[in-house]
Design a protein. Structure first.
Length: 429
């Protein structure tokens, strides 16, 4: 009886003295979502789990910096966090089952549990529909679910159809001003979501932005400049010749590898260079389009090349062949700015293939000279982009066959060339 009474007296004391589970701190930096889930369930919470196949393909990454989470609250924290990313967790028979939740109940980031400090974010490796567009593409099933999940009770949705601009362009503007999910593209239309006051402001903003795009004409010509050690850089030689023949002056750009010429007509510049034997026109092209839209000029071929090699199931060698373009390639994106300025993103190259004795057998080597830059010029200025130098040398020997080779006359010929891209972007008034 005495032992029984002692046990009753000591039991509460022992229970009170039992150490509580230590708080848990989490630190994950751009960790794949599935790697985060495995670490939490397997290594930290020591729980059995099963992952469905549709969850394995999710390419999101997550960053978490949280301190002092109560161990008892950790499972709920992980469940809520995964649910926010579209993954539902179901506990059956002591096993967690992870599956894709197409009707996620939470969209906006939730704060860390009470009594904890820190933050967490998640990102997705999928590219956005357009530059600066934070809305997920509507073809993604999670996009519609997340948009619906972020609705408030007083939110309304209306359809806006742009008349002049692309839907992706308009979505980027709406989301930049009113936050993600305020506009989602649905084909050529926009679905706007918000309160009545927000929708009125959205309409005013989109009506203002839905203007006819400004048209531009981009002219491009590659000029090969033959020079020697005393003639200086090809771009300087080009500018000096144009100044002497056309009486033009330097424009808003004047750097080591880029020079602009103001009050000059592109066609007159090219015609003036044709009369000088030191300049050889490699290509001349023109394309028209809208500002902020990519424009491409290509003259050349597509050559089959071996991208990888391997073996099939029975051991036979297999080559993966891809077609790669070569020739004259110019990619341009022009953006009309205020005060008569045009911002040009240019990627131009001249390339060719030649046989190679190294690398992948039977696959040619791509030889190219390329210039890639972004520069702002005045509307209509002619831009000269240089710096693509090439030097070739050859030795020749001449003599009589019946005389010793030491009596032969040898000579060394060295040829130096520089490619200059002559470019003009002019708005269509």
């Amino acid at each position: 009886m005495r032992r029984f009474l002692s046990a009753l007296i000591l039991a509460p004391v022992l229970a009170f003295a039992a150490p509580a589970p230590a708080p848990v701190s989490l630190s994950f930096d751009a960790t794949p979502l599935m790697a985060f889930g495995e670490a939490m369930f397997k290594a930290i919470m020591h729980r059995d789990f099963v992952v469905s196949p549709d969850v394995i393909g999710i390419d999101k990454r997550i960053t978490i910096k949280v301190k002092n989470i109560d161990a008892a609250e950790l499972p709920r924290f992980v469940e809520d966090l995964l649910l926010r990313e579209g993954i539902a967790t179901t506990l059956k028979g002591g096993i967690y089952y992870l599956s894709l939740n197409r009707q996620a109940a939470v969209n906006e980031p939730q704060g860390p549990p009470p009594n904890s400090l820190g933050s967490f974010t998640s990102t997705t490796d999928r590219p956005s529909a357009s530059e600066g567009n934070s809305a997920t593409h509507p073809s993604d099933p999670l996009a519609v679910d997340h948009a619906a999940a972020s609705r408030k009770d007083d939110d309304e949705s209306v359809v806006f159809t742009p008349q002049n601009r692309d839907a992706d362009f308009m979505v980027a503007i709406a989301n930049a001003a009113f936050g993600p999910r305020s506009a989602v593209r649905a084909g050529p239309h926009l679905v706007l979501t918000g309160s009545k006051a927000t929708l009125e402001k959205l309409h005013v903003l989109l009506d203002t932005a839905d203007t006819t795009p400004k048209g531009l004409t981009v002219s491009a010509s590659w000029i090969e400049v033959s020079r020697n050690d005393t003639s200086g850089r090809g771009i300087s030689l080009l500018a000096n010749v144009l100044g002497a023949k056309l009486g033009v002056a330097l424009g808003s750009v004047n750097s080591g590898s880029a020079v602009s010429i103001k009050n000059a007509n592109f066609e007159l510049v090219i015609d003036a260079l044709k009369t000088d034997g030191r300049f050889k026109q490699v290509s001349n092209s023109r394309v028209s389009g809208d500002d902020y839209e990519p424009m491409n000029i290509t003259f050349g071929d597509e050559t089959p090349t071996v991208s990888s090699t391997g073996k099939d199931n029975v051991g036979n060698p297999v080559q993966n062949v891809v077609y790669r373009p070569s020739g004259v390639i110019v990619d341009v994106v022009a953006k009309v700015l205020g005060s008569g300025k045009v911002k040009i993103a240019i990627d131009g190259q001249i390339s060719s293939f030649k046989a190679t004795s190294t690398g992948v057998s039977g696959s040619p080597t791509l030889i190219k000279r390329q210039v890639k830059t972004t520069i702002t010029v005045s509307d209509g200025e002619v831009l000269l982009l240089g710096g693509l130098n090439d030097s070739q040398s050859s030795d020749t020997s001449s003599g009589l066959p019946f005389l010793p080779s030491s009596w032969a006359v040898t000579s060394n010929n060295s040829t130096q060339t520089e490619l200059v891209l002559v470019l003009s972007a002019r708005t269509n008034n």
